[in-house]
Design a binder for this molecule. Sequence first.
Ligand SMILES: [Zn+2]
Ligand SMILES: [Zn+2]
Ligand SMILES: [Zn+2]
Ligand SMILES: [Zn+2]
Length: 1348
Amino acid sequence: MASNIRQTRLKAVFKAIVFGERQVNNSHDAQLFLEAVRSQELPSACVEMIVSHPPGLDAVRNSVRSNLSETFIVSHTLPFLEYLSDPGIKSLADGELLAQLLVVIANPPTLWKALVNLFNGHQLPPDRVHPFAWLALELLSLPQKAEVDVLEEVQAIIQDKSLLKSEDHAARELGYRIEKVLQLRSSSKPSMQPNGPGGRHDNDSDTFRKIAIYPTTDEFLSTQQPFYRTAFEVTESPVEKRPAIHLDNQFRLLREDMLAELREDLQVAMDVKKAKQSLLTIGKLQPVALSLTEINLSGKGPRYKPCTLLLRCYHGLGFLNKMTPEKLNKYLKDNPRFLKHQSFGALTRGKEVIAFAFIDRDRNNELLRQTPPAVCLQFTDPSSFKRALLALKLPNAQDVVQFKLVDTPVFAYEPVLAGLQAIAELPLQDLLINPSGTSSAFVGLPQLQPLVSALQSARSKMVTEKAEAVCIGKSITVDLAQLDSILHALTKPITLIQGPPGTGKSFIGAQIARYLHKAGQRILVLSYTNHALDQFLEDLLNVGIPQHDLVRLGAKAKSTLRTVPLLLSEQKGGYRRTSDAWTMIDLLRQKAASSAQELQKAFRTYGKAHTGWAEVSEFLEFLDHPLPFYKALLVPTDSNGWKHTGKKGKQAGPDYLFQRWVKGEDAGIFKKQISENSHAVWKMPRPERQSHLDRWAEELNEERLETIEELARQYNEVQSKLDAQFSDADANTMRQKKVIGCTTTGAAKYSSLIRAAAPDVILVEEAGEILESHVLTALAPSVKQLILIGDHKQLRPKINNYSLSVEKGDGYDLNRSLFERLIMQGAPHTTLQKQHRMVPEISIIPRVLTYPDLLDGPKTSDRPRIRGLQDHVVFINHGKLEDTDKVLRERHEPGVKESKKNTFEATMVLECIKFFGQQGYSADKLVILTPYLGQLRVIQDLLRENQHDPALSEMDKLELLRAGLLSKAAAKVDEKPLRVSTIDNYQGEENDIVIASLTRSNESGDIGFMSAPERLNVLVTRARNCLVLIGNMGTFMSSKKGGPTWRPFFELMKSHNHLYDGLPVRCEKHPEKTALLKEPIDFMKFCPDGGCTEPCDVLLKCGMHKCKSRCHRVIDHSQAPCHEILVKTCERNHKLKVSCDRQNDNCRDCIREDKEQERRIKRDLQLEEDRVRKEEAYVKELQEMDDELDHQRRRNKYLSDEQIREQTLEQRRQELAALKDAEIRAQEQVKQRDEITRRVAEKAKRRAKQTTSVEREADSQNPLGDLPDTAEGEWSYLKEFDGASSKPMDALMSMIGLEEVKQKFLDIKSKVDTAVRQGISLSKERYSCSMLGNPGTGKSSTASHLVF
Ligand SMILES: [Zn+2]
Ligand SMILES: [Zn+2]
Ligand SMILES: [Zn+2]
Ligand SMILES: [Zn+2]
């Protein structure tokens, strides 16, 4: 009960302290806190909590230092350390959290020193030695950058063996481990060697762990031979120093391999050397911004990336701006290598390398779309970043600083080199370093013991019964060598299985993996190529390892359909972070955010780089110089702290003196206040002042850049910690997997994930092709067993620097695989013996040359012979000389850099391929091999030129086509391309038929890298059924270096009659007909269709004609169409030529005629149809028109009727009105006449009475007073007053006499006038005037006037 309460209280204390609510102020607090920590049930969760809360770390820092007494340390501090040794803590974030805690504990080393003293004074009780030893080991293994140095003390402890004598077994075990670590740690410096490591340049160190992976300018410029040892020197070094020396040398050699290529690429980039291809150079670079975050697609806040510099590029990328967005996208898609993400390059100034950087491409290529385009560079480290910024800032930077991309695959080196540097503990160290030494005690896992016993008894039974094979499980039969290999793998810490070509290495590997997996072991499977890895993982699935136990590291693009689900990215995690982990992530995010902000701020000052008094004064204040610049230029203040004022009461600014000094003036208003020792500053002439200013500006700039560098370093550190936290989910997935597969490059790249997976066993496939350093870096500390399967008699790992190769013979042996080295140094190994690949005619070659014990498996004999060929193995000897390909270069070719080609051989190869096609072999059953890239290209070009040759383009289906069993269209589908490969790249693969062009042919016996026996071995072991080699035997025989390799080969060829001067063919149909095809033209001459020159003459399908081809392979002509041309007459008497198989087709002319007829009918029909259609349309329209007309007519008629009616009415109305008018006028006339009559009467009366003048006067006032009394007068009156006019009347009136007539006419006229005036028709009126008179009285004259 009491302890429960204590537990609760301790928990409360822990929380209070970690959350900062309570501090550790004294020894008592410390004691409570350390106990509280130990009371936490889950050590990993507890540490996560402490590290994620800054007060927690403070509490640890204080607690372990609060009391250094023996009692306290023994009873509190060491138990606390014991608690920390829980392995769960180290697995957190790849050891990052433990490392943080350890740094807090060990730096400064107060506690460490106290512990060492107690240990050395034998004051630690036996059960407290373990935590101390654990601390020693962990501190020793911390990376260099942690800056915890305990090497000396630990070395002393190990040297006096006190730890190894400890009573506690666990502590002793740690002692042994520390011993090993020390062996790896100790300086590899050989005693007083004059040209030993270190001292050549700024990146040459005596310990490889301090060497920067990327070279410096000085290193590039250094002409001294770099330091590295020969393999012999390493093996001859004292055994206790050997681990460190070995690792050191592995690092230096591998790095040199990278540098050799980098050097060459840079020389090409700087135009010192001719390029194999032009490398991209960009220039006129302007730094514009820092890019620190990526667009986070999940939308959970910014995702930080390593410090990246964004540069505008005014030279070299301009052509991108001329493209439309679509064109640009297409260009980038078509040129995937152009400015590829993570491609590597150097920032250079003239011939000087300033820094190395990787291209960081944005997702959407937006930067390249800008005008001018921008690129992002990630520099390899903060100091490179600083150097770059400095170089880009200098006045002529725009003209001389460039970024040059190089081809060197640094991504393949960097993780391995970094991995080597990080190796603290090397599992299986003794056996790896000294393989012939005593083997350590591993005898296999207890759970495997029953299986091992069963296998062992099966083995002894086999030996006694001399059995060929034994069954060891469900349909699994093995021979003795295979059984021995399995037994080795189950009982030995290091297993080496040599598998000659075709002996089923993967089969054995998969069986071993199955057993170990069953026994609960975690296995890391390593391969050199993705191709081999996928194959092996598929094998593992096939032997029954469940898919959910497997995981494949690497890119999706490289995997196969079956291995895609194994990818790490395809695993559904379901991983949940603890709240402490989230707290830690938040904490790191905050740190990253503030760090990023500061860095951005610092970068902005770099952008401006102002050197005013504010900046200069701060700088001068700290300047160490004999002259008191700061004092002399500081504006003096009076006793009250006020600055002096000038003459006009104006206060002097703080830069008053500085500005005057800069301009070369005197101190102005402060002239008299200049102190004695400041005079020298003011006496200085202007140029001297300027030079001081320049130097200060430079130093200020340097200072600013240093700040940026430091901030960038801090930022990158936080960023990588954040990354490590986030990769926890992946690490968690890895922990749940039993079998991890990856390539060796991948293993170095994902080393933290592999450590998280903690594999027990590493199984390496193709081990003979893998560099030792790649295997060493993959050896996670958890590894207890290493299984290497490979063949050291085949080609070695690929390297770039020939001078470091085994073949060069200088002894550096970089390309000697771990597998080969171990076997060379006497490590026990098994060799598989039974090959299942080659027919005996081929397998005899590797048996004689390389593997004397090689046996043929049961399925290698009794295979069908090669159609059309006399032999399974053919060496075609010729004397046509080689040529040089100046563009391509060969890496492994000693000295000579140009590649080789041989046109004759290429043409022969082409003809051979066609020939095999004619024999019915499909393209996937063939492979063309050649050692040289130059020749590879010639052959590829030839194939391309002839791609429409039916023998090539349809070679898979030629016979089917010929036999009429396949249509041409169907033949086009699923064509497999013909494979052409270099020998080196075809290692590990096989095919039915191999045609090889050896290429080299010269008088001098120069065969270059073809002298290597491994290459010949690979070349002759790829073919299952048929091997055709084309070459100049003389050249190979006379080679000084290669002679010993090739002479036995040719002897074998000769003794087995495989040597020919051409391709020995024979007709499948006429076996007695053979030919030797020496020249390409011979193929056409002697077997144009793949058989012999005889006509085929087989009766075709038609039963009338024979096959026209020259003799060929296909016998069955029953489906073959007959192409014989016949002349025949059809029913309509057409004469025509037709191929036989088409003779029953209808006559072409008939068809044409019929077609013509049909066309005509069709045309007429069409015409008639048109006519009818038009007619119908016409009728219809006409009818409509008529309708319309009729309608319109009626409308018009009605309208005119209406008008007539209206007119008539109007007429009547007018007539009526006229009549009425006439009536009125008539009445008026009557009145007038009456008046006139009256007046006439009166006149007559007056005339009679002799009227007075008064009366006359009165008369004259009356208008009618003067009425005429004659007709003539009346007419005049009418004319004058009534508007009348008429010439006939005038004429009449002018006649003399005829008064009565005149009067009569006047009357008539009056009547007519009245009628006209009243609109009365006169037609019915008759105006007659009979003129009675004597002849000559003017009757006719009058009448002639009577037309009014
Ligand atoms: Zn024939
Ligand atoms: Zn025919
Ligand atoms: Zn035929
Ligand atoms: Zn016809």
